[in-house]
Each structure stands twice: as C-alpha cells, then as structure tokens.
Design a protein around this ligand. Structure first.
Ligand code: SAH
Length: 376
C-alpha cells in the first residue's frame, strides 16, 4: 500500500519554524517514505525506530550504526522532539508526574506508577476534554484540542528516558482527554506501542479507557484489539446521563452491546468496567444489584475507583463500608471486582485529578463538534 503524501498534521508537528520534520510518532510507512525522500533505503526506518523507542536515544548523532553522512543529513532535515517539561513531581509512594508544554499555553500531564512487578505509564490524549463528566477535574477544564501522535508518544519517549534503566511495562490511556475522540492520532501511537521495532508491548499491556464512544469502540475492535476499559460509573441511564453525559448519545444498552462485540476480538475476552465510588450517588446496594444484572455472565470485570477529590469537586468518596458492601454484592454474584488503590494523590496524580493547563477552551457541544471534529 502506498503511504501517500505526508499530511498537514504530520508536517505541523514538524516544528515548521526550523523546517525540520519531527519523526517521533510517525507510522513506520511514513518514516520509510520520508527516508526515501532523502535518498535512503527503507531499512533505515527500523534502525531509527530501534534507537528512539528501544535504546531511548533522541540524538541522531548518537545513532552509531547510521553513516556519519546520514546522521549529519538528519540533523539538518529532521528532529526527534518530545514536548518540553514544565515541571516534575514525585509522590511519597514513588509515583511521578510530569507537566508537559504542548504550546499556546496548553499543558498536559503524564503519570508513572511503579508497582512491584510492573511500571504503568498513564498518558494524555487531549488538551482538556469535552465530555464533561461530573466528577472529573479534566472535564472541568473544558476542551482545547486533540494532541498529535508526536505529542502523545512523546510522553512515552520522555518518561522512558527519565526512568531508564527501569522499564515501562504497561501503558494506559487514562490521562487527560477522551482517547477515542482523538481516534485518528491515538491509533498510530497504539500501533507503535505494539510494533516489535518500537515498544513491542503485548496487546494486554496497552489499555484504552473510554467514556463510551460506541462507533469508535467498534472500529477499534477491527484495528488494534488492545485492552479496553469502559468508564461506566452508573448502572442505569438516568444516573449515567448525569454523571457521564455522553450517555445521552450512546446509552448503556448500546454501549454494552459494543463492548460484548469488542470482547469477542480480545485474547483476554474481558472488558474492564470502571466505577467511581461517589458517596450517596451511585454506591448503594440497589445500584450494585443493577450493575450485577448488566454484567452477570458477561466477559466483564469491575474496577471500583475511590473518588479522588479536586478543588471545587462537590462529590465525596464513598465510605470504606459502602465500597466494601458494593464489592461484596458483585462478588456474591460471581463478578470479578477489584478496588483501585489511589496512587500519587499527594501530588494530584490520581485518577481524575489531572488538570494540566487548558487555556482558551472552546467548549464544544457534545455530539456536534466533539464527534464531528475527528470523524472516522
Ligand atoms: N476519558 C477516558 C479516560 C480518562 S479518565 C475515560 O473516561 O475513561 C480515566 C478514569 O478515571 C476514568 O474511568 C474516569 O472516569 C476516572 N475518573 C475521572 N475523574 C475521577 C475522579 N475524580 N476520581 C476517580 N476517578 C476518576
């Protein structure tokens, strides 16, 4: 398949000022095309990808199996640019958070969560978010724009260099933004995360978390088959309409139907349902039973997330007793459920606390610009 001419967004990420092409995050066939354009053989693409993504080298001069002439040429015409770091914070529990500058006053956050047997990087896909979930700090910020593939993968490149020699073993799209509303730029990143010449992660170690964009869930099933987490948060439509407003466009029945279709394509055959525990809102036995009837005998597991507060949030986290009762009700019905331990909450790095910096938010109406802005 011919790769076609380089698109405007690809050029836009190239740092037009210097006229250099940012090669970070380019799909392999585009990288080949770029190299052919400067008279190089296609296999050079694999070499550059291995240096960048596996050996964590971003300086062409250090790529010693490329000829000196090619290295010099690349310095002239190309670059490997990650978003500049504005600040870094470290939590008492070892969690690290970076605030990255994506230009024009926008900044996004990525978070590394170390655990005994794995290291998970949580990355952002948009500056802000248009979905406006009632309990989420990013939603409060409004939406500015989609991140480019270079800006999304740049978070991984930056973190992996900072963390060396430690490894990032898992990537979750659970930072700022709705990854499936930026489908066009997220999918090439996912492909590089899976590509043996890039990060080579297994599909089970890459998780896309979505508030429930049904057409994109169905399309993703054909393309990537990575793990899927769905932010359900309520077991009935009236409540979910309030907490996760995208539900008014894609209600629970339609969403679950798409999930079961997606699960058929997965090796693990299981979807994770995220459920934020909000005191007196969605944490009663009645809601737990409703959730059981939605998920019983389905390829589903549930992750209960204690609500993480942020300035101006008017919800409270459920009591430990309520969380335990909810969990017991699911378990008694044979549904696998875990309770997520908050990590990095002392540096506002826990789920839903990422606020980054979103200026000039163009609040867009759901179902209109949000969905239309990045059509499939
Ligand atoms: N837009 C995507 C991914 C971003 S949020 C999505 O909705 O899934 C990642 C997870 O954190 C989601 O399940 C989200 O609902 C949850 N979350 C958001 N705000 C939270 C908060 N204040 N406390 C706990 N979890 C929260």
């Amino acid at each position: 398949m011919s790769a076609g001419p380089l698109t405007t967004p690809e050029r836009a990420t190239a740092g037009a000022a210097a006229g250099r092409m940012n090669l970070l995050g380019l799909p392999p066939e585009r990288l080949v095309q770029f190299l052919e354009g400067i008279g190089e053989k296609p296999y050079r693409a694999r070499q550059i990808m291995r240096w960048l993504y596996q050996r964590r080298v971003i300086d062409f001069a250090d790529m010693t199996d490329l000829s000196l002439k090619l290295r010099e040429r690349l310095v002239d015409v190309a670059e490997l640019r990650t978003p500049p770091v504005l600040s870094e914070e470290r939590s008492a529990d070892g969690t690290r958070k970076w605030l990255l500058d994506v230009g024009a006053g926008q900044a996004v956050e990525s978070v590394f969560i170390p655990e005994p047997n794995r290291g998970t990087l949580c990355i952002s896909s948009q500056a802000g978010c248009a979905l406006d979930c009632a309990f989420c700090a990013t939603g409060r910020q409004g939406f500015n724009r989609n991140l480019s593939s270079a800006e999304i993968l740049g978070q991984v490149v930056h973190a992996s260099r900072e963390l060396a020699p430690a490894e990032i073993t898992n990537i979750v799209f659970m930072g700022m933004g709705e990854p499936l509303a930026n489908y066009r730029n997220v999918v090439p990143v996912v492909k590089l995360l899976l590509d043996d010449h890039a990060y080579g992660l297994s599909r089970r170690r890459v998780t896309i978390s979505t508030a429930g964009l049904v057409p994109q869930i169905l399309k993703l099933a054909d393309e990537c088959n990575v793990a899927l987490a769905v932010s359900l948060h309520a077991p009935n439509d009236p409540l979910r309409d309030e907490l996760v407003p995208i539900n008014r466009i894609h209600p629970i029945d339609e969403l679950l139907e798409a999930c079961w279709r997606y699960a058929e394509c997965l090796a693990s055959r299981q979807i994770t349902f995220e459920y934020v525990m909000l005191d007196g809102v969605n944490d009663g036995v009645r809601e737990a039973r409703q959730l059981v009837s939605l998920l019983k005998n389905r390829p589903a597991k549930v992750n209960l997330i204690p609500f993480n507060a942020f300035p101006e949030s008017h919800f409270r986290c459920s009591t430990p007793e309520a969380v335990d009762r909810f969990w017991q009700t699911l378990r008694a019905a044979g549904i696998v459920a875990t309770i997520r331990r908050p990590r990095g909450d002392d540096i506002a790095a826990a789920c839903g606390q990422l606020a980054g910096r979103v200026h000039d938010r163009r609040r867009v109406k759901m179902g209109d610009k949000l969905i239309g802005a990045n059509r499939l």
